[in-house]
Design a protein around this ligand. Structure first.
Ligand code: BV8
Length: 245
């Protein structure tokens, strides 16, 4: 494993442009359950069943109970060594973009600046009728489901299944995947599209693609290097090879 880590460190050292895709696994060591972890209060539901406009229309209270539970978990969480290592790698890389599927805001909390939150942020909520969004960090929420002053339902300002991503964010993410020399995919099952296409696009455009995950995923056969392990352990090791003179 150490030689694999050194090899990725060398690639990053030589790179002018780096793109990173993160998923729920990068926040697992901060105590935030991933979507497909065994156990967890919501295991009886699939995100594809709850994180949808139809589910919200059918039972806004249930969907909000799930988000309020996650907001409470996230409020207690801190960035872990994986988040901090990525913030450090950004500082020593000329062109860097961190594309995250996570809505927990922990990358920014760790100091990452060039962050693209593809699926939004759990601390923003939006009026169903007016479309206006505002930050709300009330934990727990007093009213479920919360309502706008105009009387309409408020919803999490995130991208649900069946909803389009912001075209700007999507274009920025794919441009970074096409242009980068090195692409890291960290803590994602590479199950959800269009994010899951990014490592493949990077590979097809000549990037060196490395995956950090304790288990193989459906894109493992496609990557140049699969570093099997926890992001909070592997990323600091990659960083130390990068900063070693
Ligand atoms: C759209 C909301 C079009 C906020 C989320 C192409 C093919 C197939 C399907 C589709 C396709 N294109 C579109 C689809 C449909 C759909 C989709 O992908 N469905 C899936 C079920 C197949 N996609 C969409 O609907 C997207 N919209 O395409 O719109 C359109 C265009 C015009 C008009 C209308 C529509 C929208 C997708 C966004 C959905 N919203 N989140 C929220 O509540 O979070 S997705 C949600 O689930 C997360 O944001 C995240 O993206 C995803 C979970 O994935 P992961 O992050 O990877 O987490 P997971 O638990 O799966 O895996 C964790 C990994 O970490 C594991 O591998 C584990 O081993 C690893 N791990 C664990 N511990 C650690 C670790 N790794 C490292 N270190 C550790 N310590």
């Amino acid at each position: 494993m150490d030689s694999l880590i050194r090899a990725v460190g060398e690639r990053l050292k030589a790179a002018t442009s780096v793109a990173v895709l993160t998923g729920a696994g990068v926040s697992a060591e901060s105590g935030i359950p991933t979507f497909r972890d065994p156990g967890g209060l919501w295991q009886q539901y699939r995100p594809e069943d709850l994180a949808t406009p139809e589910a919200f229309h059918r039972d806004p209270r249930l969907v909000w109970e799930w988000y309020d539970w996650r907001r409470q978990k996230i409020a207690q969480a801190s960035p872990n060594p994986a988040h901090h290592a990525l913030a450090q790698i950004e500082r020593i890389t000329p062109q860097f973009l961190l594309i995250t599927q996570n809505i927990d805001g922990l990358h920014r909390l760790a100091g990452s600046q060039r962050v693209l939150e593809l699926h939004g942020c759990i601390w923003w909520i939006r009026c169903q009728a007016e479309g206006t969004a505002h930050e709300n960090r009330e934990v727990p929420l007093t009213d479920l489901p919360p309502r706008c002053d105009c009387g309409s339902l408020l919803r999490p300002d995130v991208v649900w299944f069946g909803e389009p991503l912001s075209s700007g964010a999507q274009a920025q993410a794919f441009a970074a995947a096409e242009e980068c020399d090195v692409f890291l995919t960290v803590g994602t099952s590479a199950f959800v599209h269009p994010a899951a296409s990014l490592p493949i696009v990077a590979k097809n455009h000549g990037a060196f693609v490395a995956e950090i995950n304790p288990v193989p995923t459906q894109i493992t056969p496609l990557v140049d290097s699969h570093l099997q392990g926890q992001a909070g352990v592997i990323l600091p090791k990659i960083l130390s090879t990068l900063t070693k003179t």
